[in-house]
Design a protein around this ligand. Structure first.
Ligand SMILES: [Zn+2]
Length: 457
């Protein structure tokens, strides 16, 4: 038996930078099973084997380092499946406002530029990473700048430029050809992939919506957009087209198995049947919906067996990018007795952050993601189970209802530790702070918004 260099998961510093790892003695949790005292081998960015430590010690290659994860749970890292990471500049300013999208977001966002958007995304990415998020499904203006920020942290991104010709912060017919050009000359690493992101059914014209849907289908890309997100959108689309937003999107060919349609707060029962038959996925952002419109009918989504992906949306409409908190909140929304959901809420919420978005991301590609299985991408969290959350008996129930992000000790993306002991390994936080402070001062000034109180040292 070979003895590999051993690191305790409790070590304050990461003492090896290799990408071949034996994670031993952990509780493995994914959306399909819980395995106690199990070990997992990571090679070349993928999970290659799951077995007992003794078995894996025979298989592990020479350059392997072992992490003793006794007392830790290991889970697939989260997908934040709908977010606008750069909207941190609106933090604290949107509570108790009505029609914030039209009255506050669009006019202030119209002051943005690519130099500002990149740094403005840092706090959302940092908070998400510290809560165990490995993949950010981004939908925003100047999306290339956000892709660069995600690359700095070493995390994954599914990146879409917000496209709208009849509304939004930058109504334009030129943004789409410009984004298509970026997609066709993609300059980012394999961790960051493009998608197509029309803004919503009330801000994109008939023809453009159809063109974007056709392009996504023809090129096997995810089509990610807001749909039926407010009463305002419902009324506007009905007035203009005589259809509900879902019927309108369907008539444009925008609902298919790589669609991620977000919110569906005002969707009717017949809309949900259309969605179910189309194979589309629903994006569920329960904290954002509760704060700014109303909670989407989650019990109906589940009753229709529509695949659901979980997201935080934006700092402007949620305040927090903490995905573990979002998973917990999603589970609570399913516990409401009136919802009459027969599935297990913690398992359902956990799958919405892991297995379901992982499967959507992997559809049509050679990669697999979202489960702890050989062949799946090695995007993992190691979650500590200390005294304050102990005794842990049902590991998934404890993870969702008891544990918290401060115990997300380490996060791995494609076999590399990008968070160790709650600290990002790829970026220097003080450099980011300086850039962020400058960006926030500038956008707040340009948009006529108040300056914040000083940042803690
Ligand atoms: Zn959104």
């Amino acid at each position: 038996m070979t003895i590999y260099p051993q690191i305790s998961a409790n070590d304050p510093e990461l003492s090896s930078t290799g990408n071949t790892w034996l994670i031993s003695n952990a509780t493995l949790i994914d959306a399909e099973s819980i395995r106690l005292d199990a070990s997992l081998l990571v090679e070349a960015g993928k999970i290659t084997a799951i077995a007992s430590r003794d078995d894996l010690l025979q298989k592990a290659p020479q350059n392997c380092a072992e992490i003793d994860a006794t007392g830790y749970s290991c889970a697939p890292a989260w997908n934040d499946s709908h977010c606008h990471t750069a909207m941190t500049f609106l933090r604290d300013l949107t509570h108790n406002e009505t029609n914030v999208i039209e009255s506050l977001f669009f006019p202030t966002e119209s002051n943005l530029c690519s130099e500002l958007v990149g740094p403005l995304a840092y706090p959302h990415i940092l908070q998400g990473l510290r809560s165990g998020t490995a993949c950010f499904w981004e939908h925003y203006y100047f999306a290339g700048a956000i892709a660069e920020s995600l690359e700095k942290f070493g995390v994954r991104g599914m990146i879409g430029e917000t496209i709208a010709d009849q509304g939004g912060a930058f109504p334009s017919t030129t943004i789409w050809p410009e984004w298509r050009n970026q997609v066709e000359n993609w300059k980012f690493s394999d961790r960051v992939k493009p998608l197509i992101a029309p803004h919503a059914s009330d801000t994109v014209s008939d023809n453009l919506f159809r063109e974007l849907a056709n392009y996504a289908k023809a090129n096997d890309l995810v089509l990610h957009f807001h749909l039926s997100q407010s009463k305002y959108e419902m009324e506007k689309v009905k007035q203009a087209t005589g259809k509900t937003p879902v019927e309108f999107a369907d008539s444009r060919g925008a609902l298919f198995d790589k669609t991620l349609a977000v919110h569906l707060v005002t969707a009717t029962d017949s809309d949900l049947k259309i969605l179910k038959n189309s194979g589309a996925h629903i994006g569920y952002c329960p904290k954002s919906q509760t704060l700014y419109e109303e909670l989407a009918p989650i019990h109906k989504f589940i009753a229709h067996e529509i695949p659901i992906c979980l997201g935080t949306d934006a700092t402007a409409s949620n305040d927090s990018a903490d995905m573990l908190e979002e998973i917990r909140f999603a589970a609570f929304t399913m516990l409401d007795r009136r919802a009459k959901i027969r599935t297990t809420p913690e398992k359902t919420a956990f799958a919405m952050a892991t297995k379901t978005p992982g499967a959507l991301r992997s559809k049509g590609s050679k990669d697999s993601s979202g489960l702890l299985k050989p062949g799946h991408e090695a995007d993992l969290v190691l979650l500590k189970n200390p005294l304050d959350v102990w005794p842990v008996t049902k590991a998934d129930t404890n993870l969702v209802f008891t544990n918290s992000s401060r115990n997300i000790a380490h996060t791995m993306v494609t076999g590399e530790w990008v968070l160790w002991n709650q600290e990002p390994t790829k970026v220097n936080i003080s450099d980011l702070e300086a850039e962020y402070k400058q960006a926030i001062q500038e956008i707040r000034k340009l948009a006529g918004l108040p300056q914040p109180i000083p940042l803690a040292r």
